[in-house]
Design a protein. Structure first.
Length: 224
């Protein structure tokens, strides 16, 4: 279970505050959830708050669950370190022994398909390369929730299929919160949905209802 208790998140501008969440209270069951919203509504920020990389300005987010770093976002890695060093660093955080660490490093090297860049600073990576690294880094570790931000759109079709297959296998042992604009992906991966719009976060027990509401928002915005 995930509880948002009077959560407010905003960024200050020169003249006012831009609210991404405004006094949101919501209880989410342990289920696969799709997070939907227009660009700029704050989806990635919400994912970072769930992953405890960012925090609300007001209110609290509470859960006994463990969460992965947001897969697909730069916040899950240290840019000045190489891909390999980032994997080793995470292994140390999770108390992996030297043999386990080497096995995980080789697994991520093979899965992420970064070639020589695996040994170069992450700051030299494209956004897609960072996404593949973050995705690969999350797979060897056990979390209650995987937080995924458009990772399945990363890479060529062959890599996308590999990522999708790995994720489906992983879902058998955990839950996911997935940000995507692709209805087909949301329907295949998620049971319930959340729609973020104008500081409000609405929960739908059926992902189809969430997608329907999101389409209605787009239609209204398109008529303005």
């Amino acid at each position: 279970m995930i509880e948002l208790r009077n959560v407010t998140k905003y960024f200050k501008t020169d003249e006012s505050k831009k609210y991404l969440l405004k006094d949101v209270s919501l209880t989410l069951p342990d289920i696969n959830i799709g997070l939907i919203g227009r660009n700029g509504t704050g989806k990635s920020t919400l994912m970072r708050m769930l992953g405890k990389i960012e925090f609300p300005n007001e209110g609290t987010i509470y859960s006994n669950n463990s969460f992965s770093w947001p897969m697909g976002l730069a916040g899950g890695v240290v840019p000045t370190m190489s891909g390999k060093a980032n994997v080793k660093f995470v292994c140390n955080l999770y108390n992996k022994d030297p043999q386990e660490t080497e096995e995980i490093i080789e697994y991520v090297r093979d899965f992420a398909e970064l070639g020589e860049y695996f040994d170069l600073p992450v700051s030299t990576y494209s956004s897609g390369m960072r996404g593949r690294l973050g995705f690969g880094m999350s797979l060897p570790f056990d979390f209650d929730y995987l937080i995924i931000d458009e990772t399945l759109a990363t890479g060529d079709p062959v890599f996308q299929q590999k990522a999708s297959d790995a994720l489906k296998e992983k879902i058998g042992r955990c839950h996911i919160i997935l940000v995507s604009h692709n209805p087909k992906t949301l329907l295949s991966m998620c049971d319930a949905g959340m729609v973020l719009n104008n500081g409000e976060l609405n929960y739908y027990e059926n992902i189809e209802d969430g997608i329907k509401y999101y389409r209605e928002i787009n239609e209204k915005e398109g008529k303005k």
